[in-house]
Design a protein around this ligand. Structure first.
Ligand SMILES: NC(=O)c1ccc[n+]([C@@H]2O[C@H](COP(=O)([O-])OP(=O)(O)OC[C@H]3O[C@@H](n4cnc5c(N)ncnc54)[C@H](O)[C@@H]3O)[C@@H](O)[C@H]2O)c1
Length: 322
Protein backbone atom coordinates (compact mmCIF):
# COMPACT_ATOMS: atom_id res chain seq x y z
CA UNK A 1 0.00 0.00 0.00
CA UNK A 2 1.43 3.33 -1.08
CA UNK A 3 0.90 5.37 2.04
CA UNK A 4 3.36 8.23 2.52
CA UNK A 5 5.64 8.13 5.53
CA UNK A 6 3.73 9.82 8.38
CA UNK A 7 6.34 12.56 8.53
CA UNK A 8 6.23 13.15 4.75
CA UNK A 9 2.54 13.99 4.36
CA UNK A 10 2.17 17.07 2.14
CA UNK A 11 -1.59 17.42 1.50
CA UNK A 12 -4.32 16.99 4.11
CA UNK A 13 -8.07 16.94 3.58
CA UNK A 14 -10.27 18.74 6.09
CA UNK A 15 -13.83 17.49 5.91
CA UNK A 16 -16.24 19.77 7.77
CA UNK A 17 -14.94 23.28 8.47
CA UNK A 18 -16.77 24.35 11.63
CA UNK A 19 -15.17 24.96 15.04
CA UNK A 20 -12.92 21.89 14.94
CA UNK A 21 -12.39 21.40 11.21
CA UNK A 22 -11.45 25.07 10.81
CA UNK A 23 -9.01 24.80 13.70
CA UNK A 24 -7.46 21.63 12.22
CA UNK A 25 -7.04 23.48 8.92
CA UNK A 26 -5.09 26.22 10.73
CA UNK A 27 -2.84 23.66 12.42
CA UNK A 28 -2.08 21.77 9.19
CA UNK A 29 -1.36 25.08 7.43
CA UNK A 30 1.00 26.14 10.23
CA UNK A 31 2.79 22.81 9.84
CA UNK A 32 3.59 23.78 6.24
CA UNK A 33 1.06 21.54 4.52
CA UNK A 34 -1.38 22.04 1.69
CA UNK A 35 -4.96 21.83 2.92
CA UNK A 36 -7.98 20.92 0.82
CA UNK A 37 -11.26 21.60 2.62
CA UNK A 38 -14.82 20.55 1.90
CA UNK A 39 -18.05 21.55 3.65
CA UNK A 40 -21.45 21.83 1.95
CA UNK A 41 -22.82 24.19 4.64
CA UNK A 42 -24.00 27.72 3.75
CA UNK A 43 -21.12 30.16 3.12
CA UNK A 44 -18.72 27.52 4.46
CA UNK A 45 -15.79 28.77 2.37
CA UNK A 46 -16.25 32.40 3.43
CA UNK A 47 -16.58 31.40 7.08
CA UNK A 48 -13.42 29.31 6.94
CA UNK A 49 -11.46 32.09 5.25
CA UNK A 50 -12.68 34.55 7.91
CA UNK A 51 -11.59 32.16 10.67
CA UNK A 52 -8.16 31.63 9.09
CA UNK A 53 -7.79 35.39 8.69
CA UNK A 54 -8.75 36.06 12.32
CA UNK A 55 -6.49 33.38 13.81
CA UNK A 56 -3.46 33.41 11.49
CA UNK A 57 -1.62 36.02 13.66
CA UNK A 58 -1.78 33.44 16.46
CA UNK A 59 -0.15 30.89 14.14
CA UNK A 60 2.60 33.40 13.36
CA UNK A 61 3.08 34.02 17.07
CA UNK A 62 3.42 30.26 17.64
CA UNK A 63 5.96 29.89 14.85
CA UNK A 64 5.42 28.70 11.28
CA UNK A 65 7.10 25.71 9.71
CA UNK A 66 9.01 26.34 6.49
CA UNK A 67 6.67 27.16 3.62
CA UNK A 68 3.61 27.56 5.85
CA UNK A 69 1.06 29.94 4.40
CA UNK A 70 -2.69 30.56 4.54
CA UNK A 71 -2.46 30.67 0.75
CA UNK A 72 -2.01 26.91 0.75
CA UNK A 73 -5.69 26.40 1.65
CA UNK A 74 -8.16 25.60 -1.10
CA UNK A 75 -11.77 24.55 -1.09
CA UNK A 76 -12.96 21.47 -2.99
CA UNK A 77 -16.27 21.62 -4.84
CA UNK A 78 -17.27 18.04 -4.00
CA UNK A 79 -16.48 15.19 -1.65
CA UNK A 80 -15.07 13.22 -4.59
CA UNK A 81 -12.67 16.04 -5.43
CA UNK A 82 -11.43 16.20 -1.83
CA UNK A 83 -11.13 12.41 -1.57
CA UNK A 84 -8.98 12.24 -4.69
CA UNK A 85 -6.61 15.10 -3.98
CA UNK A 86 -5.25 14.38 -0.47
CA UNK A 87 -3.09 11.84 1.38
CA UNK A 88 -5.07 11.80 4.62
CA UNK A 89 -8.48 13.14 5.67
CA UNK A 90 -9.41 14.63 9.05
CA UNK A 91 -13.21 14.41 9.34
CA UNK A 92 -14.93 16.96 11.62
CA UNK A 93 -18.61 16.88 10.67
CA UNK A 94 -21.41 17.14 13.29
CA UNK A 95 -21.59 14.55 16.07
CA UNK A 96 -24.42 12.52 14.53
CA UNK A 97 -23.89 8.78 14.30
CA UNK A 98 -26.08 7.94 11.29
CA UNK A 99 -24.74 10.94 9.34
CA UNK A 100 -21.13 9.91 10.04
CA UNK A 101 -21.92 6.30 9.06
CA UNK A 102 -23.42 7.41 5.74
CA UNK A 103 -20.56 9.84 5.07
CA UNK A 104 -17.92 7.17 5.83
CA UNK A 105 -19.63 4.71 3.44
CA UNK A 106 -19.44 7.35 0.70
CA UNK A 107 -15.83 8.20 1.54
CA UNK A 108 -14.88 4.53 1.50
CA UNK A 109 -16.15 4.32 -2.07
CA UNK A 110 -14.52 7.58 -3.18
CA UNK A 111 -11.09 7.74 -1.52
CA UNK A 112 -8.23 5.58 -2.80
CA UNK A 113 -7.53 2.76 -0.31
CA UNK A 114 -4.22 4.17 0.92
CA UNK A 115 -5.91 7.36 2.20
CA UNK A 116 -6.25 7.21 5.98
CA UNK A 117 -9.52 8.67 7.26
CA UNK A 118 -9.36 10.10 10.77
CA UNK A 119 -12.48 11.13 12.68
CA UNK A 120 -12.52 13.94 15.25
CA UNK A 121 -15.57 12.40 16.96
CA UNK A 122 -15.86 13.30 20.63
CA UNK A 123 -17.13 9.91 21.67
CA UNK A 124 -18.40 7.50 19.01
CA UNK A 125 -16.51 4.22 18.71
CA UNK A 126 -14.97 3.56 15.29
CA UNK A 127 -16.35 0.01 15.47
CA UNK A 128 -19.86 1.52 15.38
CA UNK A 129 -19.15 4.27 12.86
CA UNK A 130 -17.49 1.79 10.46
CA UNK A 131 -19.94 -1.08 11.01
CA UNK A 132 -21.44 -0.91 7.52
CA UNK A 133 -18.25 -0.30 5.54
CA UNK A 134 -17.74 -2.77 2.69
CA UNK A 135 -14.36 -1.91 1.22
CA UNK A 136 -11.55 -0.60 3.41
CA UNK A 137 -12.64 -0.31 7.05
CA UNK A 138 -9.01 -0.86 8.08
CA UNK A 139 -8.08 2.77 7.18
CA UNK A 140 -10.73 4.43 9.42
CA UNK A 141 -9.50 5.58 12.83
CA UNK A 142 -10.46 8.08 15.54
CA UNK A 143 -8.12 11.03 16.17
CA UNK A 144 -9.90 13.04 18.82
CA UNK A 145 -8.52 16.54 19.42
CA UNK A 146 -9.20 19.14 22.08
CA UNK A 147 -10.38 22.58 21.15
CA UNK A 148 -8.59 24.40 19.61
CA UNK A 149 -6.46 21.74 17.91
CA UNK A 150 -4.19 24.44 16.47
CA UNK A 151 -3.02 25.03 20.05
CA UNK A 152 -3.93 22.25 22.47
CA UNK A 153 -1.51 19.39 21.75
CA UNK A 154 -3.40 16.37 23.15
CA UNK A 155 -5.07 13.85 20.83
CA UNK A 156 -6.43 10.37 21.40
CA UNK A 157 -5.89 7.86 18.60
CA UNK A 158 -8.20 4.87 18.78
CA UNK A 159 -9.02 2.21 16.19
CA UNK A 160 -12.17 0.12 15.91
CA UNK A 161 -12.37 -3.66 15.66
CA UNK A 162 -11.69 -3.53 11.90
CA UNK A 163 -9.02 -0.78 11.96
CA UNK A 164 -5.55 -2.15 11.21
CA UNK A 165 -2.80 -1.70 13.78
CA UNK A 166 -0.69 -0.28 10.97
CA UNK A 167 -3.21 2.59 10.55
CA UNK A 168 -3.33 3.26 14.32
CA UNK A 169 0.49 3.39 14.36
CA UNK A 170 0.61 5.50 11.18
CA UNK A 171 -1.89 8.04 12.58
CA UNK A 172 -0.01 8.26 15.87
CA UNK A 173 3.25 8.91 14.01
CA UNK A 174 1.54 11.43 11.70
CA UNK A 175 0.22 13.40 14.69
CA UNK A 176 3.56 13.23 16.50
CA UNK A 177 5.26 14.56 13.38
CA UNK A 178 3.01 17.64 13.59
CA UNK A 179 3.70 18.36 17.26
CA UNK A 180 0.76 16.56 18.86
CA UNK A 181 0.96 14.72 22.19
CA UNK A 182 -0.79 11.43 21.56
CA UNK A 183 -2.43 8.76 23.69
CA UNK A 184 -2.45 5.68 21.45
CA UNK A 185 -5.32 3.69 22.90
CA UNK A 186 -5.26 -0.09 22.86
CA UNK A 187 -8.97 -0.45 23.62
CA UNK A 188 -12.11 1.42 22.58
CA UNK A 189 -13.41 3.35 25.55
CA UNK A 190 -16.62 5.40 25.18
CA UNK A 191 -15.66 9.06 25.47
CA UNK A 192 -11.95 8.11 25.24
CA UNK A 193 -9.80 9.50 28.07
CA UNK A 194 -9.94 13.29 28.19
CA UNK A 195 -13.68 13.61 27.73
CA UNK A 196 -14.36 11.06 30.45
CA UNK A 197 -12.35 13.21 32.82
CA UNK A 198 -13.96 16.46 31.67
CA UNK A 199 -17.41 14.91 31.86
CA UNK A 200 -16.97 13.93 35.49
CA UNK A 201 -16.11 17.52 36.37
CA UNK A 202 -18.90 18.92 34.18
CA UNK A 203 -21.58 16.76 35.82
CA UNK A 204 -20.50 17.83 39.28
CA UNK A 205 -20.50 21.49 38.18
CA UNK A 206 -24.08 21.16 36.84
CA UNK A 207 -25.21 19.58 40.10
CA UNK A 208 -23.71 22.40 42.15
CA UNK A 209 -25.48 25.05 40.02
CA UNK A 210 -28.75 23.07 39.93
CA UNK A 211 -28.71 22.92 43.75
CA UNK A 212 -27.75 26.60 44.17
CA UNK A 213 -24.59 25.53 45.97
CA UNK A 214 -22.30 27.98 44.18
CA UNK A 215 -22.15 30.29 41.18
CA UNK A 216 -20.99 29.49 37.66
CA UNK A 217 -18.27 32.08 38.21
CA UNK A 218 -16.94 30.35 41.34
CA UNK A 219 -16.82 27.00 39.55
CA UNK A 220 -14.64 28.49 36.83
CA UNK A 221 -12.52 30.38 39.40
CA UNK A 222 -11.96 27.15 41.34
CA UNK A 223 -10.47 25.46 38.27
CA UNK A 224 -8.70 28.39 36.59
CA UNK A 225 -6.95 29.55 39.77
CA UNK A 226 -6.87 26.20 41.54
CA UNK A 227 -6.27 22.66 40.30
CA UNK A 228 -6.31 23.72 36.62
CA UNK A 229 -3.03 25.56 37.12
CA UNK A 230 -1.38 22.40 38.39
CA UNK A 231 -3.00 20.16 35.77
CA UNK A 232 -1.25 22.07 32.99
CA UNK A 233 2.09 21.10 34.50
CA UNK A 234 1.87 17.40 35.26
CA UNK A 235 -1.70 16.14 35.09
CA UNK A 236 -3.86 14.81 37.88
CA UNK A 237 -2.10 11.69 39.12
CA UNK A 238 1.44 13.06 39.34
CA UNK A 239 0.05 16.18 41.05
CA UNK A 240 -1.57 13.96 43.69
CA UNK A 241 1.71 12.04 44.03
CA UNK A 242 3.06 15.31 45.49
CA UNK A 243 -0.02 15.62 47.72
CA UNK A 244 1.27 12.57 49.61
CA UNK A 245 4.38 14.47 50.77
CA UNK A 246 7.59 12.45 50.83
CA UNK A 247 5.48 9.28 50.89
CA UNK A 248 4.08 10.16 47.46
CA UNK A 249 1.07 8.41 45.95
CA UNK A 250 1.35 5.41 48.28
CA UNK A 251 0.93 7.65 51.33
CA UNK A 252 -1.83 9.69 49.67
CA UNK A 253 -3.85 6.56 48.90
CA UNK A 254 -3.54 5.32 52.52
CA UNK A 255 -4.26 8.77 53.93
CA UNK A 256 -7.43 9.43 51.92
CA UNK A 257 -8.75 5.90 51.60
CA UNK A 258 -11.54 6.42 54.14
CA UNK A 259 -12.64 9.80 52.77
CA UNK A 260 -13.03 8.26 49.29
CA UNK A 261 -16.16 6.65 50.69
CA UNK A 262 -17.64 10.04 51.61
CA UNK A 263 -20.40 11.04 49.17
CA UNK A 264 -18.55 14.05 47.77
CA UNK A 265 -19.59 13.59 44.17
CA UNK A 266 -22.86 12.84 42.35
CA UNK A 267 -21.71 11.66 39.00
CA UNK A 268 -25.06 10.88 37.44
CA UNK A 269 -25.97 13.91 35.33
CA UNK A 270 -28.74 16.18 36.67
CA UNK A 271 -31.75 16.90 34.44
CA UNK A 272 -30.99 19.84 32.14
CA UNK A 273 -34.12 21.79 33.13
CA UNK A 274 -34.83 25.17 31.48
CA UNK A 275 -33.89 26.80 34.83
CA UNK A 276 -30.52 25.03 34.95
CA UNK A 277 -29.82 25.89 31.30
CA UNK A 278 -30.68 29.54 32.00
CA UNK A 279 -28.45 29.61 35.10
CA UNK A 280 -25.51 28.19 33.10
CA UNK A 281 -25.96 30.53 30.13
CA UNK A 282 -26.45 33.64 32.30
CA UNK A 283 -23.50 32.70 34.49
CA UNK A 284 -21.24 32.51 31.43
CA UNK A 285 -22.57 35.79 29.97
CA UNK A 286 -21.94 37.53 33.30
CA UNK A 287 -18.40 36.26 33.35
CA UNK A 288 -17.78 37.33 29.76
CA UNK A 289 -18.60 40.94 30.77
CA UNK A 290 -19.60 41.87 27.24
CA UNK A 291 -16.62 40.24 25.52
CA UNK A 292 -17.54 38.66 22.19
CA UNK A 293 -16.75 35.03 21.38
CA UNK A 294 -13.90 36.27 19.16
CA UNK A 295 -12.51 38.42 22.02
CA UNK A 296 -12.58 35.38 24.29
CA UNK A 297 -10.91 33.18 21.65
CA UNK A 298 -8.07 35.72 21.40
CA UNK A 299 -7.74 35.87 25.21
CA UNK A 300 -7.78 32.07 25.54
CA UNK A 301 -5.23 31.59 22.76
CA UNK A 302 -2.85 34.33 23.96
CA UNK A 303 -2.90 32.98 27.52
CA UNK A 304 -2.53 29.35 26.42
CA UNK A 305 0.52 30.28 24.37
CA UNK A 306 2.12 32.06 27.33
CA UNK A 307 1.51 29.12 29.67
CA UNK A 308 2.76 26.63 27.08
CA UNK A 309 5.87 28.72 26.34
CA UNK A 310 6.69 29.02 30.02
CA UNK A 311 6.34 25.26 30.54
CA UNK A 312 8.40 24.53 27.40
CA UNK A 313 11.22 26.90 28.40
CA UNK A 314 11.38 25.47 31.91
CA UNK A 315 11.41 21.84 30.67
CA UNK A 316 14.10 22.58 28.07
CA UNK A 317 16.23 24.41 30.65
CA UNK A 318 16.02 21.45 33.06
CA UNK A 319 16.11 18.70 30.40
CA UNK A 320 12.72 17.32 31.50
CA UNK A 321 11.40 14.91 28.85
CA UNK A 322 7.76 14.48 30.05
N1 LIG B 1 -16.43 21.57 19.47
C1 LIG B 1 -15.57 20.92 20.23
O1 LIG B 1 -15.10 21.39 21.27
C2 LIG B 1 -15.08 19.55 19.79
C3 LIG B 1 -13.89 19.03 20.36
C4 LIG B 1 -13.39 17.81 19.91
C5 LIG B 1 -14.06 17.09 18.92
N2 LIG B 1 -15.22 17.60 18.39
C6 LIG B 1 -15.88 16.82 17.32
O2 LIG B 1 -15.59 17.43 16.08
C7 LIG B 1 -16.67 17.21 15.18
C8 LIG B 1 -17.15 18.56 14.63
O3 LIG B 1 -17.61 19.35 15.70
P1 LIG B 1 -17.69 20.94 15.60
O4 LIG B 1 -17.83 21.44 16.98
O5 LIG B 1 -16.58 21.43 14.73
O6 LIG B 1 -19.09 21.11 14.81
P2 LIG B 1 -19.57 22.36 13.95
O7 LIG B 1 -21.05 22.29 13.93
O8 LIG B 1 -18.90 23.62 14.37
O9 LIG B 1 -19.02 22.03 12.48
C9 LIG B 1 -19.48 20.96 11.71
C10 LIG B 1 -19.32 21.34 10.24
O10 LIG B 1 -19.56 20.18 9.45
C11 LIG B 1 -20.24 20.61 8.27
N3 LIG B 1 -20.88 19.45 7.64
C12 LIG B 1 -22.10 18.93 7.90
N4 LIG B 1 -22.29 17.85 7.11
C13 LIG B 1 -21.16 17.71 6.35
C14 LIG B 1 -20.75 16.80 5.34
N5 LIG B 1 -21.53 15.79 4.95
N6 LIG B 1 -19.53 16.94 4.78
C15 LIG B 1 -18.71 17.94 5.17
N7 LIG B 1 -19.07 18.86 6.10
C16 LIG B 1 -20.26 18.73 6.69
C17 LIG B 1 -21.20 21.69 8.74
O11 LIG B 1 -21.61 22.51 7.67
C18 LIG B 1 -20.32 22.41 9.76
O12 LIG B 1 -19.60 23.48 9.17
C19 LIG B 1 -17.74 16.45 15.96
O13 LIG B 1 -17.60 15.08 15.70
C20 LIG B 1 -17.40 16.78 17.40
O14 LIG B 1 -17.82 15.79 18.30
C21 LIG B 1 -15.74 18.81 18.78
Amino acid sequence: MLRPLPSAVKTVGVLGTGVIGGAWALHFLRMGMDVVAYDPGPQAEEKLLAMVDHIWPTMVQLGLREGASPERLRFASSLAQLANSVEVIQESTPENLSAKQALFAELDRLAPPQVVIISSTSGFAMTTMAAQLQQHPERFVVGHPFNPPYLVPFCEVCGGQRTSQEVVDWTTAFYEAIEKKVAKMERELPGFIGNRLQEALWREALHMVANNECSVEDIDKAIAYGPGLRWAIMGHCLTYHLGGGQGGMAHLLDHFEESLKEPWTRLEAPALTPALKEAMVNGCLNQAQGASINDLIRERDDCLIRIMQTLKEYREEKGIQR
